[in-house]
Design a protein around this ligand. Sequence first.
Ligand code: DGY
Length: 331
Amino acid sequence: MTNDKLNCKVLVTPTSFGKGDPALKTAIEKSVREVVYSPFDRPLTSDELIPLVKDIDGYIAGLDQIDEQVIQAAAKLKVIARYGVGVDRVSIPAATRRGIAVTNTPGANSAAVAEMSIGLMLSLCREICRADRGTRKGEWPRVSGIGLRGKTVGLIGFGAVGREVASRLKGFGCRILVSDPQLNTKVAEQLGVYPTPIEELLAEADFVSLHASLNPGTDSMVNAGFLSNMRRGSFLVNTARGELIDEQALQVAIEDGHIRGAALDCFRKEPPGKDHPILRLDQVLLTPHIASHTDEAASAMGWMSLQACLSVLRGEKSPYTVNRDIYEKKS
Ligand code: DGY
């Protein structure tokens, strides 16, 4: 062990950490005494995490369920460095009570998620997946879709990802309506999008794309009422969080033809289980929470989360700290 290695043990659970950028693993292994990688190739449940967190000092976290029990079990833990932006699966109150810094990686994956959202929109309106399935089977399906040009897209949430989606959709000739309680009107003006009350947005949009974070106010926001306010024959895209949608209400709206199609990259329960009724609907395009999975985003999330984790372990304040009140308590 060299002198500048931190005498710390760090748990690393994101499945893509260092896969496309091996320098990340070299860097973390050179920086701390011990690194433990997740034994699973998916996000961990609270029960799976408890034995793994017992003696760790730092934790670079994928989309694991980091609840109060996990935090209680992690007696030495000083930092939970989320590899991504959302911190909805981390019990922030429990971490804050213990003085554990929770950090994230703002901006690191916004381009990747925006590109995926647009890819899903294009796949929906041109039925690319159905055409692929048919062609593979030896069929020659005469799929005919609709174009994006001239369509109205409603963005729910206008943070980093929503803005990246908007700037790209401009190139497709779309009219963009946005709804966000914390809307930055200056940015909206710069990007040429129209702040619009939600009912109006839903009534006018051909596509509704979700870019809101998950919190008690947004949980199940896409319910039967929301869906019935959406224009008949419109599409829904979700690359944000599964919990934003009441999946049963969506199933009903698709089955009765009110919603023409949906593309879902995330689900209430992940994976959703092979008996989930939504899996049977041909009009629904499903992907396994991979919107941020590009080499570029994985590398940016990896370096930012590593930097945040090491800063806190060195006793410094990370600029990416979400629960900044822990620093006030300490000073
Ligand atoms: C995020 O940024 O939270 C994505 O879901 C990837 O972790």
